[in-house]
Design a protein around this ligand. Sequence first.
Ligand code: HAM
Length: 413
Amino acid sequence: MLQPIKGTRDLLFDECRKHRHVERVASLVAGRYGFDEIETPILESAGLFLRGLGDTSDIVSKEMYRFTDAGGDDLVLRPEGTAGVARAFISEGLQQHLPLKLFYRGPMFRRERPQKGRYRQFYQFGIELLGVEKPQADLEVLACGYRILKELGVLGSVKLHLNTIGDHESRAAYREKLVQYLSGRKGELSKDSIDRLERNPLRILDSKDPGDIKVVADAPALKDSLTPAAREFFDAVVAGLEVMKIPYEVDPKLVRGLDYYCHTVFEYTTDALGAQNAVLAGGRYDGLIKDLGGPVTPGVGWAFGVDRLAHLLAAVPEKPRAVAIIPVGDGADAAAVEWAEKLRTAGFTVELGYSGNLAKRMKRADKIGAGAALILGPEELARGVVQIKELATGAQREVAFDQVIATVKTFNL
Ligand code: HAM
């Protein structure tokens, strides 16, 4: 039997409706914050991610769907959206549009071990604010994220963790101290962390390995290596969150898994999804566009997993109840199609019964949760009337053609 590929799934019914609801609310809110939509290709060249995300990141080192196509091009199914937006900024020559505020959504691909809330094809919604080097931009994207979570009604199950990883100078100084400390306790580190010691020691800070956690507990703090400018930047972000009354917790061990970050990094986490606790995550990336060969352009943004937020929704968004059209006898079929179109033009959701006698079609109307049935009998049609039944109460009445729409409107479907 044909099955979907491991880690991918078909989105159906309630689950699909939840995804669309999350995306719709997020797009509307992002629009209110002045973000415009961008859609970049799912296929990008492998080089984009190798240069953009860093070859020691988990994504690049082991999770990319990378292949050579028939023409010999080295391609990747995008694992995230920020690099694609940065690439589009360069390829489309968007400098004259700065500052630029963009949002995007769509499927991303990572070959991770599938589990609840973690898929190989998953969906992200993200925003990127390009061209503003001040902390106001960080606050604007944080505020937009907070507002989306609020409007989705999930603030009660998430928590914002915030940190700074400083500027280049701060990180270089810290890296030296950290490597010195960790080298002294190398014997206690996990194999992964020993591998990272030379190439990407900061990542050891957020290792989940119990041995690593013990070692990291006594590690020097990044905040003690911050330059005055980096400290001032972070203080401004924190002060802004206080002003906006956005709850947060400073988490000195939060470093994020992608190489392009600097200064502010943050993650909204939840306890509701088992091990997959990050729902919305991001930060500042002032060097990314330059590293990809573009002009020096600061950026800050985040992305959330649509799948994960959909899991957190308390209820399935309601869909409008339909009007079921029930022709009685073959002679009424043409009138059924005509009435279906009239009601749809007036904005109602309409279902045609397709086949069967009156009882069978009424049963189907119940099954699909219709709110009303329009019963079209040949004798009534000849008199210019139809029967309308409100399914919640069972009340049925005869209504003249010109009163049908007005009557259905009173049902609050
Ligand atoms: P990320 O932390 O790799 O960041 O992913 C962002 C979010 O995507 C995660 O918090 C999670 O909700 C969701 N996600 C990631 N992997 C999976 C998966 N396998 N299954 C389901 N959901 C997943 C980024 O991608 C950055 N581009 C975010 C960003 C935008 N930074 C700046 N701008």
